[in-house]
Ligand binder design. Sequence first.
Ligand code: NGQ
Ligand code: ZN
Length: 461
Amino acid sequence: MPHSQPAYLAPHAMLPHGWEACVRIEVSPDGNIVGVRANDEGQGCERLSGPVVAGMPDLHSHAFQRAMAGLVQRLEPAESTFWGWRQAMYRFLEALTPEDVVAVAAQLYIELLKGGYTTVAEFHYLHNAPDGRPYADPAEMCLAIHEAARNAGIGLTLLPSLYMTGGFDGRALEGGQRRFHLDPDGLFRLLDRLDAIFRDDPARRIGIAPHSLRAVPAPVLRQTVGEMRRRDPTAPIHIHVAEQVREVEECLAHGGRRPLALLADTVALDPGFCLIHATHLDDAETAALADSQAVAGLCPTTEADLGDGVFRLVDHLDGGGRIGIGTDSQASTCAADELRLMEYAQRLTRRRRLVAATPAEPNTGGRLWRAALAGGAQAVGRPVGRIAPGFRADLLVLDADHPSLVATPDDRLLDAMIFAPGPSPIRHVMVDGAWRIRDGAHALEEPVADAYRAVLRRICR
Ligand code: NGQ
Ligand code: ZN
């Protein structure tokens, strides 16, 4: 099917106000949705084979970690804690070159497309060469991520990370962390460079990622956020916060406040912020997060893998808070997996069912998918997540004959996709108006997988 065909007919599509039948979707040559009409006859349209939903934003990825997923499940002395896992991660990235990052990230991004993600926010901190010095071109690693996203055809919000200290006590970076070092001057020089490259690219957005309160002293954080807001009042600003109990204790010991409280006292949280994990919050912090309209960036499979704890989802949603999902350490590359575990963690701890459902949105899967579309779009700072004019043509076409979807009413399709078994029902994936996945396959998946295997064979030797 040609890319340039301007109109598609979806037998059913989930529009912002709900499901409709016979939906005509018109797409401009540069990948924007320019027209949507239900109950259309479909003249001149390419007819899509199944129900259509908007693709999911992945609001938190560390692409290189794809290559170590599965390799840190063995009882080695220290790896049974988050901090031990982190040491293993530092050892793992020691040998990665920019070419390796292209190969690993391209493999990941194709997997993400298959898993229902059509855009990714890359929380990018692997800036420097293995000896800790900047590359001759300090943007080298950022450009590796950009290249991988372009090869896969996934949308990209690139969030170069600010990373200066090794803990709340301000200690210097050591070992593997030296590859992450970037100060505000370096960060803003990098942004100038990236802005020049991406300015007119509708599939790209630039923001920043102060890594965490452990890695960025509060005064530096305040100054950097102020400067960023002067440059771009709505740019995405992502930060890890309150993931582990030890992190909360250290923050209290050094700053007298809990992490989210310290963060909210340091910067004016606004809807451009995305707080990654935000697992351990007290009541006041929970209310402050919801009130700020910043997005809670939840990564349920990673948070489970690392033994983080369970986010206060119900309190957050009841308070009007926003959520989105991220793949983080790439323990899963499937959007449905994240939403299923998000709900199941609540069911297990509260001992009841249908926790995310409400009278207004009674379908658990539907509510979670829509909430994560809206919050994810907000967090990546791009016009995605809705099948509506002015938004990017980022679409998933589901397999209506899939054993878990067959004969399923529209309003239960997302429930079935998230909570019923079987291989992925995502058949075709469009990003920016172009088909990236057709019948479950990507045009470049073989060469990309070959390059990925070559990297693994070398670094796992
Ligand atoms: C990261 N990952 O930056 O990859 C972190 C670990 C840290 C998660 N927090 C490093 N899941 O937080 O210091
Ligand atoms: Zn992370």
